[in-house]
Design a protein around this ligand. Structure first.
Ligand code: NAD
Ligand code: LMR
Ligand code: MG
Length: 401
């Protein structure tokens, strides 16, 4: 155990990334071109036409990974310094899987006004903003305001990246079990950033019977929640207005999706579910149930971790979705682009390949980023938010923003 920890520490020593010049400067002449005085010409070109930042700076390929350290994995509010290893990790994954340059930026404030203000102020350098590990409900307002006020993609990964991958996983898990979105009962644990967005995505995909459970039990109508998002949630879910604990409402459920915290689901809970239960225990780093404990009692089991089969993790989404959005210079990442990304991830596994332990492609499968990118670019053109690049064949009424 300690040797594993030593290895992990060694991999983090001095941080996980660095900045490299594209072309090294080797002479005074070279210096005079990329630095002063040559650089001044480029500065003035951009000053006269700020859109040229996309051609003459890092903007078109660069994303800011912004966190305030308040909901880091399932570790909670551990602060901006402690959030850095996760944000560095996200930046490394952006680069390795999709060639996107990403900067980890951890802010020493939890105030939504300040976060919005700071992100707006740094936006000129970036082609997109990936918000990460910002706790709910503040994350909803921060994202909404930034989307309204900036014309580059703003994407809260814990909400939308997770929702895209959960959709992909569920499409394939239901195929394995021979069940349909419209017929299944789905119970969510943890109605925070991820739970809210995943629920919305599944409702959009056709799920009708969906119940969310948080610390005080099932979210239902007839209660005044201090979190207004839960009141809205109660109105769009829980058709039979069930009340009670997770153990009470999970009875007869076909699907459990956990985006909450460790060890809140029991084997008895799983045994009370319908036949062929599907369990996505996605809390990181410790899932809602120990996978070894759950495995004998489920038909399909997935976690957010890379050390078990069926890793349902937003890393399958964010590199490809930003690759697509940056390549077509999209103004936003909209619902259609997310849905297309989810279906593209599901589609990376053929019906012949699909099994209980292979419902979701591996992150090292190069098809994933490629398929997500193409689907996202097509959806961006179809919905009129693409601004550049080649229009995919078969789109007849593209509207440029
Ligand atoms: N696998 C993935 O790709 C992925 C993606 C996003 C989030 N997650 C995991 O999901 C969890 C939540 O992330 P988030 O960004 O939504 O955080 P969040 O802070 O916005 O929301 C967490 C929610 O879970 C609830 N919760 C916590 N413990 C609970 C318990 N014992 N019973 C019922 N509800 C409980 C909280 O009250 C809160 O509403 C974290 O563990 C995170 O690591 C996984
Ligand atoms: O970081 C991850 O592994 C996934 C997700 O963003 C999380 O917060 O747990
Ligand atoms: Mg996260």
């Amino acid at each position: 155990m300690s040797s594993l920890l030593d290895e992990i520490r060694e991999l983090h020593a001095g941080g996980k990334m660095e900045t490299l010049p594209k072309k090294p400067i080797e002479s005074m002449e070279g210096l005079s071109k990329v630095y002063t005085p040559g650089v001044a010409e480029i500065c003035m070109e951009i000053a006269n036409d700020p859109a040229k930042a996309y051609q003459l700076t890092i903007k078109k390929n660069t994303v800011a990974v912004v966190s305030d350290g308040t909901a880091v994995l399932g570790l909670g509010d551990i602060g901006p310094e402690a959030a850095m290893p996760v944000m560095e990790g996200k930046a490394v994954l952006f680069k390795q899987f999709a060639g996107v340059d990403a900067f980890p930026i951890c802010l020493n404030t939890k105030d939504p006004d300040e976060i919005v203000q700071i992100v707006k102020m740094i936006a000129p350098a970036f082609g997109g903003i990936n918000l990460e590990d910002i706790s709910s409900p503040r994350c909803f307002e921060i994202e909404r305001r930034l989307k309204e006020e900036l014309d580059i993609p703003i994407f809260h990964d814990d909400q939308h990246g997770t929702a895209v991958v959960v959709l992909a996983g569920l499409v394939n898990a239901l195929k394995v079990c021979g069940k349909k979105m419209e017929d299944v009962k789905v119970v969510f644990a943890g109605i925070g950033a991820a739970g809210m967005a995943c629920s919305r995505m599944l409702l959009k995909a056709g799920v009708r019977n969906l119940i969310g459970v948080d610390r005080q039990g099932a979210i239902h109508r007839g209660v005044e929640y201090s979190n207004p998002h839960w009141t809205e949630y109660a109105n769009m879910t829980n058709p039979h207005n069930l009340r009670g604990s997770l153990s009470e409402v999970i009875v007869g459920a076909d699907v459990f999706i956990g985006v909450s915290g460790p060890d809140l689901l029991t084997v008895e809970d799983i045994q009370s579910m319908a036949a062929d239960p599907i369990v996505f225990a996605m809390a990181n780093p410790k899932p809602e149930i120990d996978p070894a404990l759950a495995a004998p009692f489920v038909r399909v089991l997935a976690t957010g971790r890379s050390d078990f089969p069926n890793q349902i993790n937003n890393v399958l989404c964010f590199p490809g979705i930003f690759r697509g959005a940056l390549d077509c210079h999209a103004t936003t990442i909209n619902e259609e682009m997310k849905l297309a990304a989810g279906l593209a991830i599901a589609d990376a596994i053929s019906s012949e390949e699909l099994t209980e332990t292979y419902i979701i492609p591996n992150v090292f499968n190069p098809q994933v980023v490629q398929k997500v990118r193409e689907a996202v670019i097509r959806a961006a053109w179809e919905t009129g938010v693409a601004r550049a690049g080649e229009k995919p064949a078969g789109i007849f009424h593209p509207e440029k923003p």
